[in-house]
Design a protein around this ligand. Structure first.
Ligand SMILES: [Ca+2]
Length: 164
């Protein structure tokens, strides 16, 4: 017997793409609308020492997705951008499979704090419904210090919580 929580966890498959510099592109011919039935909020951006190398050259970003009304959808594409002060950006894509009412997602970015100045966490979320792609976006800025050469950049999901 599989519990409801286990079923939800089975449905929620996180597909993690690599850190790169691409931008999201919806399929050709689809309509794109700003969503009124769900919203994404960039709720956290801070520098930390995730890999315990003694240098606070890593970052954690957090987001919250809320679905306001019952809706039939199966895929949510979450594009997490970490924009450096120079304008260069890292992209980390998370695909959530399944339905939910609330999601909290924290992403860890390793060795990405390489420049002084303000960093921007930008989240762009797309959900396809029929022939329409609905989107919601938000961003926040934070200002970490810079210390030394951090090594190659990496990113991973630190935590994921979904409420059915
Ligand atoms: Ca570190």
């Amino acid at each position: 017997m599989i519990s409801r929580t286990t079923r939800l966890l089975l449905l929620v498959m996180i597909v993690v793409a690599s850190v790169s510099f691409v931008t999201p592109a919806s399929a050709a011919g689809r309509r794109s609308c700003r969503a009124t039935w769900f919203n994404v909020i960039a709720e956290r951006g801070e520098y930390v020492d995730l890999d315990a190398d003694g240098v606070r050259d890593d970052a954690v970003t957090g987001l919250f997705i809320e679905v306001y009304c019952p809706a039939c959808f199966t895929l949510t594409d979450v594009y997490c951008y970490l924009v450096l002060p120079s304008g260069d950006a890292y992209l980390f894509i998370v695909t959530i499979v399944g339905t939910y009412r609330h999601v909290h997602l924290n992403v860890g970015w390793y060795n990405v704090i390489t420049e002084p100045g303000w960093y921007r966490f930008l989240v762009y979320t797309e959900i396809e419904c029929g022939q329409t792609t609905y989107w919601s976006a938000d961003s926040l800025a934070f200002d970490p210090p810079t210390e030394g050469n951090p090594g190659p950049p990496l990113a991973e999901v630190l935590s994921f919580t979904a409420t059915p």
